[in-house]
Design a binder for this molecule. Structure first.
Ligand SMILES: Cc1ncc(COP(=O)(O)O)c(C=O)c1O
Length: 477
């Protein structure tokens, strides 16, 4: 039903009527029936593909956000690519075109797309119960919390499960306020923690924050990697009585451009937090679950946070689930009033069994170790490409399978991403810019897939380099 038609129909309704007109009911029934049929098909006919295509375009244009269509045009070669299916380390669009996934859903698919063990766990649970009653005790929530306690470093023991990374950060910030009785935070320039109001205070991009200021007014941003700057703020906040509840950091910044801090940064911040009575919240929504070559990135520096945030691939690449985890002393604030923080879908059985299966796969297939090995291989190959195309690619950095390639401008970054997409390899910029393209494939990616993708990267580098730096003949080393 088009918009004009919809307005006219609305006017036909008698005042105060809450019933949909019959014609509208029939239209929605017809439409939902068609969707259910298409959904059940193994193969779509050309007519069905055309219908999905048109419905998607119309839906984005009129009911989601037409701005996204413009954005898509700049990241993919043409915006007719509609995602349809995925498996292993690749996804396939509605026209059957297969793409090697070097983006990994910004870090969702650590165990690959639709890992059979995760799918089986979810289907097994689905046959028994989908969502929880809200009143009875939920077994898989309890079991997952125990496993997370075993898996995480130090004395982290209690978990709260929500539905996203931002929610995990919100909960962590609230818990820090509860525990310390303080209201201010220190975050890092280039940090990303989500877009809900609390998490957005810690997120560092002006474009996302400015329309909503003052959000949480006392959230200070210090340069990432600079422990002295953290100390300066802790000291002055202490002197003016505006004490800091927590320092919140990503161990390696994702959206800010894959920034790895100096080795002494996190240990020094840990020490400063202890000295000034602030908590350390580590946001491992993107770096967690094996991504950087350790189960949690903080293990690279032997730093144990007071509160740890998880999300993205925590759900085994199949279900959305986030978590914040802390120790008993801090969690005790919630013992008396457990409903001080709650959410309807948090800790639902489908999400919890997906997370349990995901953890099982990570350990059984030794995926953190694999991430380290594959990551070293890719970084070394990309660095050698960077030496050959030194004007085009100005930096390669990362840890494990969290890798960034930096270009001189957003435009060149986009061009490389477009070229790769055209040749069947998906990468993307970060939420902050397209200057840095990230490589965050499933940790299950095979040697063959990596070599194929690296071959495509080399080809696109050559093409974009010839266009922008024709005087610069790459040297083969
Ligand atoms: C480090 C980090 N924290 C939090 C978030 C927010 O997670 P979500 O998008 O699930 O709310 C993200 C998302 O990219 C992230 O990378």
């Amino acid at each position: 039903m088009d918009l004009e038609n919809k307005k006219e129909k609305a006017q036909e309704l008698p005042m105060g009527s809450s019933h949909m007109p019959d014609q509208k009911v029939q239209e929605v029934l017809k439409e939902t029936q068609k969707i259910l049929e298409v959904l059940s098909r193994e193969e779509l006919s050309p007519e069905e593909k055309a219908w999905v295509y048109k419905s998607t375009m119309d839906g984005y244009q009129n009911h989601v956000n037409p701005g996204i269509m413009e954005y898509r045009k700049s990241v993919s070669t043409d915006y007719t690519s509609i995602e349809w299916s995925d498996y292993g380390n690749a996804f396939t669009d509605i026209n059957g075109r297969k793409y090697i996934d070097l983006l990994g859903g910004f870090g969702i698919y650590n165990v690959g797309h639709r890992h059979p063990k995760v799918i089986k766990a979810v289907l097994d649970q689905l046959k028994r119960q989908a969502l929880h009653s809200q009143e009875l005790l939920e077994p898989f929530r309890a079991m997952l919390a125990k496993i997370v306690g075993d898996l995480t470093p130090g004395d982290l023991q209690y978990s709260f499960f929500g539905n996203s990374g931002a929610e995990a950060v919100e909960g962590a910030m609230k818990l820090a306020i509860l525990h310390t009785g303080r209201k201010s935070f220190i975050a890092a320039v280039g940090g990303f923690h989500g877009k809900t109001m609390g998490a957005l205070s810690a997120t560092a991009k002006a474009r996302f924050r400015q329309p909503f200021l003052p959000i949480l007014p006392d959230c200070y941003h210090t340069p990432f990697g600079d422990a002295e700057a953290v100390e300066d703020v802790l000291k002055s906040a202490d002197m003016v009585g505006n004490d800091i509840a927590a320092v919140i950091l990503e161990p390696i910044q994702g959206e800010g451009g894959i920034n790895v801090p100096p080795d002494d940064y996190l240990p020094r911040v840990r020490d400063l937090c202890d000295r000034y009575g602030a908590l350390l919240i580590l946001d491992e929504v993107q770096t967690g679950m094996g991504r950087t070559g350790r189960m949690f990135a903080c293990e690279h520096w032997n730093v144990i946070p007071d509160i740890l945030c998880l999300g993205k691939s925590f759900g085994g690449g199949v279900m959305p689930i986030g978590a914040f985890i802390s120790n008993k002393t801090i969690w005790e604030h919630l013992f008396q009033e457990p409903w001080l923080h709650s959410t309807t879908f948090g800790g639902n059985p489908l999400a919890c069994v997906a997370a349990i299966a995901g953890i099982h796969v990570l350990l059984e297939e030794k995926l953190p170790e694999r991430a380290e090995r594959m990551g070293n291989y890719i970084i070394q190959k990309l660095k050698s490409l960077r030496r050959r195309f030194s004007k085009l690619c100005v930096d390669v950095r990362g840890k494990g399978l969290m890798i960034g390639m930096e270009f001189p401008s957003d435009e060149i970054g986009y061009e490389v991403a477009k070229g790769l997409f055209d040749d069947g390899v998906l990468v993307a910029g970060t939420l902050f810019n397209a200057k840095t393209l990230r490589i965050e494939p499933p940790l299950t990616i095979t040697q063959q897939e990596v070599d194929k993708a690296l071959g495509v990267i080399e080809k696109i580098f050559k093409e974009v380099n010839t266009k922008h730096f024709p005087d610069r003949v790459p040297v083969r080393r």
